[in-house]
Design a protein around this ligand. Structure first.
Ligand SMILES: CC(C)(COP(=O)(O)OP(=O)(O)OC[C@H]1O[C@@H](n2cnc3c(N)ncnc32)[C@H](O)[C@@H]1OP(=O)(O)O)[C@@H](O)C(=O)NCCC(=O)NCCS
Length: 169
C-alpha cells in the first residue's frame, strides 16, 4: 500500500517525469505520435508549481519514491490529472489516489466529480463508477488532444476519512 500525502514544491520535477514518461509510453497506444509529442513537450517541472500551491495535488509514495500523483480542482469540481509511474501501473496505486481525491472532493462539498479522461484511461474510470458524458477536445496546443468527458456522483460516497491533512497509508 502506498503512502498518500499532499504534494510539495520539491515533488514538481518527479511529478513532471512521471507524467511525461507516461504520456510517451502508456498513452501512445491511443494517440498519434505528433499528438503525444505536443502533449508531453508542453509540460515543464514549473507547470506544477501553481497547482501544488493553489489546488489539491496529492502523491503516492513507496519506499521514499513518488510513484504517482493526482490533481483536483475544487473550484471547477474537476479531477485534472491522475498518473502512475509507468513501471508501477496495475498495482492498485491509481485506485488509491482516485479514492483519496474523491474523498477530498466529498469532504469539500463536491457532489459530482468531473474528469476529462484520456482515451486510454476511460475503462479505468468506468470501472470506478464514472459515466461517459461526451467526447471533447482539450485545450492544448495543436494538434488537438481528444478526451472523454466523464462524471461520477459522490452523493453516496463513504464519509469514511480516506485522506487526512497530514498523511495516510
Ligand atoms: C489510469 C491509471 C492512473 C490507473 O492507475 P493504475 O495504478 O494502473 O490502476 P490500478 O492498478 O489501481 O487499477 C485499478 C483497477 O483498474 C483496472 N485498470 C487500470 N488501468 C486500466 C485501464 N487502462 N483500462 C481498464 N482497466 C484498468 C485494473 O485492472 C484494476 O482492476 P482490479 O481492481 O479489478 O484489479 C494508470 O494506468 C496511468 O497512469 N495511466 C496513464 C496515464 C493516464 O492515462 N491517466 C489518466 C489521465 S486522465
Amino acid at each position: 500500500m502506498a503512502l498518500i500525502r499532499r504534494a510539495c514544491l520539491d515533488d514538481a520535477k518527479r511529478i513532471w517525469q512521471i507524467q511525461t514518461d507516461s504520456i510517451r509510453s502508456v498513452c501512445r497506444t491511443h494517440y498519434q505520435p505528433d499528438v503525444i509529442e505536443a502533449w508531453a513537450s508542453q509540460l515543464k517541472p514549473s507547470s506544477y508549481e501553481v497547482p501544488i500551491e493553489e489546488r489539491e495535488v496529492i502523491v503516492a509514495e513507496q519506499h521514499g519514491q513518488v510513484v504517482g500523483f493526482g490533481q483536483l480542482n475544487l473550484e471547477t469540481h474537476e479531477m485534472e490529472t491522475l498518473y502512475v509511474d509507468s513501471e508501477q501501473i496495475g498495482k492498485g496505486i491509481g485506485a488509491e489516489l482516485l479514492k483519496s481525491l474523491e474523498s477530498i472532493a466529498h469532504q469539500n462539498g463536491v457532489i459530482e466529480l468531473k474528469i476529462a479522461s484520456s482515451l486510454n484511461a476511460v475503462s479505468f474510470y468506468q470501472k470506478h463508477g464514472y459515466q461517459q458524458i461526451c467526447k471533447m477536445p482539450e485545450e492544448v496546443p495543436s494538434p488537438v488532444l481528444v478526451c472523454v468527458g466523464m462524471s461520477k456522483s459522490l452523493d453516496n460516497a463513504s464519509s469514511e476519512l480516506k485522506f487526512s491533512e497530514s498523511q495516510s497509508n
